[in-house]
Design a binder for this molecule. Sequence first.
Ligand SMILES: [Zn+2]
Length: 87
Amino acid sequence: MEERYCQSCGMPMGQTDELYGTEADGTKNHDYCKYCYENGTFTANCTMEEMIDFCVQPLLENMPGMTEAGAREMMNEHFPLLKRWQA
Ligand SMILES: [Zn+2]
């Protein structure tokens, strides 16, 4: 089974339902994580740039040795490929 990534923030969501977002009727949304998508709506109505700002810190904590510039560069390449940010 392939690894799923949140199509909003790029977070790996693993193989369990735990981290998936929820629809208004309580079912899971398999495109977005619970931090981005809850009860059928995005938790933050932000731009891609704002999402990148928001994700820099947690990403740095998860990737020892990564610099802020490196993290931003990685997200700037990856985020436009995510479903939420495609026009
Ligand atoms: Zn997310």
